[in-house]
Design a protein around this ligand. Structure first.
Ligand SMILES: [Zn+2]
Ligand SMILES: [Zn+2]
Length: 117
């Protein structure tokens, strides 16, 4: 399956510069890499379910150590097959990806950070 690539411009937690953070989402894992310093955070798929509430609405207002990132991307859903917005929430502990059409949700848990070279 294709990966989904997104960009989010923010202050990097590692180098402190405001730079594009490149987000790559695969079916089983995800990465967030700073375009400036190369620091990369690795996430691993932990849970998949059809979400009838809206987990992203619930989780996005919780305060963590870092700001939560709220993104969306129009793609073909792995579950329902519709070309529809996916809501994406990245927190300091994990990443939620939820299809706005069918509620299919994946949760990736933070695994490790590689600060680059
Ligand atoms: Zn950086
Ligand atoms: Zn869907």
């Amino acid at each position: 399956m294709d990966k989904w690539t997104l960009k989010y411009k923010t202050k990097c937690y590692n180098c402190g510069e405001v730079a594009d953070q490149i987000i790559e989402i695969y079916p089983n894992q995800a990465f967030v890499k700073c375009s400036n310093c190369g620091a990369t955070r690795y996430y691993i798929l932990k849970k998949v379910w059809v979400d009838s509430d809206n987990i992203i609405e619930i989780e996005k207002n919780k305060k963590g150590k870092y700001d939560n990132w709220v993104l969306e991307k129009d793609v073909e859903c792995y579950n329902c097959g519709k070309y529809a917005p996916q809501d994406i929430l990245i927190t300091d502990s994990g990443m939620y990806v939820r299809c706005r059409n069918c509620g299919f949700t994946r949760y990736y848990t933070f695994h490790m950070m590689d600060v680059g070279h």
